[in-house]
Design a protein around this ligand. Structure first.
Ligand code: SF4
Length: 362
């Protein structure tokens, strides 16, 4: 049987050095290939012009540059958000979303920012009840090449250089820990994709052991935690992970992370009308800063498709604009940590995580 070629996208510097040596070249050839693949993002081995023609031929016999296939690309007429649906080699599908800065005045964002939200798994085992990906079940982890491939392909379609990466697409990043961290090493390397780790955010629903591992390994990427409520009963109802690690345990892990890394944690708070929008919620959120230095992102809920027989079908309601603004203003007045209002980008193109892939497989 013919041996399939190795995809160069996804290999790190050491793996490329080892590859070069195994093909009879010096290790520094691996560094050159690394730069061509990630920094220059060439689409073929023939474009690697500082590598001899003879070695390029050898490389071509054993390897290739295999991009992710774009199955669908949608551009939002409302805000310029671009959503990509990628088809993987085994036919499964994942999404990434390219998010320009918002021009809504109350959403303070750096106007030069161009953020790509990437996936780490096909489906997701975490089963958060408000999430379209959660309804799909779990298929598999993405490889490093599939994670990085999303960035390389999105960059080809981007109006300018992607400045920020958020691991908030399909899947729970900390359940694919090694591949996610290896991908961050390639993204953050100046000779690689070259996006500073300070502009890379890993978002988790709260796998506390892995949060602590990130801290112990002094990972430079920023940590975001999907909190959504400080009420254990409600959190357990909408996020099954809370049964395993309750809010106290989660906040302990966040404090551990702060102590080890001195990096402020971002708490994400999807705002649902009638669910986590009361005075009691404001009161408990105010106490957060006494527990861990943090920042709070308020994200108005996007309506999602939930199957007709879902018991949660009527639980999640998108809030009105005024309700969100009042909530944010009160928090800003009463809390001594930054409170940001984040946009719900790409509403007209199913911008929330998993929505496009769910629709495609329905
Ligand atoms: S919100 Fe994130 S962690 Fe939760 S089910 Fe969706 S993809 Fe998984």
């Amino acid at each position: 049987m013919k041996k399939s070629k190795t995809n160069l996208i996804g290999l790190n510097k050491q793996q490329l050095r080892d590859l070069a040596v195994s093909l009879g070249e010096k290790p520094f050839r691996g560094d050159q290939i690394f730069r061509w693949i990630y920094h220059d993002q060439v689409q073929s081995i023939d474009e690697m012009t500082n590598i001899s023609a003879a070695f390029r031929e050898v490389l071509k016999q054993h390897t290739s540059v295999m991009p992710l296939a774009i199955e669908q690309k949608q551009v939002s007429a409302q805000d310029g958000t671009i959503k990509f649906l990628f088809k993987l080699n085994d036919g499964l599908k994942i999404e990434s979303v390219l998010i320009p800065p918002s021009d809504v005045p109350e959403i303070a964002e750096d106007m030069r920012r161009l953020t790509l939200c990437i996936s780490t798994q096909v489906g997701c085992p975490a089963d958060c009840k408000f999430c379209a990906t959660g309804t799909m079940g779990f298929y598999r982890n993405l490889t490093v090449g599939e994670i990085i491939g999303q960035i390389i392909e999105a960059q080809r379609h981007a109006p300018r250089r992607i400045s920020n990466i958020v691991y908030m697409g399909m899947g729970e990043p900390l359940l694919n820990y090694d591949n996610v961290m290896n991908s961050i090493d390639i993204i953050g390397d100046d000779e690689g994709i070259g996006i500073s780790p300070r502009r890379i955010t890993v978002s988790t629903v709260g796998y506390v052991k892995k949060i602590k591992q990130m801290a112990d390994e002094s990972r430079k990427a920023k940590l975001a935690i999907s909190l959504h409520t400080l009420d254990d009963d409600l959190r357990t109802r909408i996020m099954p992970i809370n049964r395993k690690h309750n809010i106290d345990e989660l906040l302990d892990a966040a404090r551990y992370y702060w102590k080890k890394t001195r990096q402020r944690v971002t708490f994400e708070y999807i705002f649902f009308e009638g669910l986590n929008d009361t005075d009691k919620d404001i009161k408990s959120l105010k106490k957060l800063s006494g527990k861990v230095p943090c920042k709070l992102n308020i994200i108005p809920f996007h309506p999602i498709y939930l199957p007709g027989d879902s018991p949660m079908k009527d639980t999640f309601r998108p809030p009105g604009r005024e309700v969100v603004q009042q909530f944010v203003e009160r928090l800003r007045k009463e809390c001594d940590f930054p409170v940001m209002l984040r946009s719900s980008s790409g509403i007209d193109i199913d911008g929330a995580c998993g929505k496009l892939a769910v629709k495609e497989s329905a």
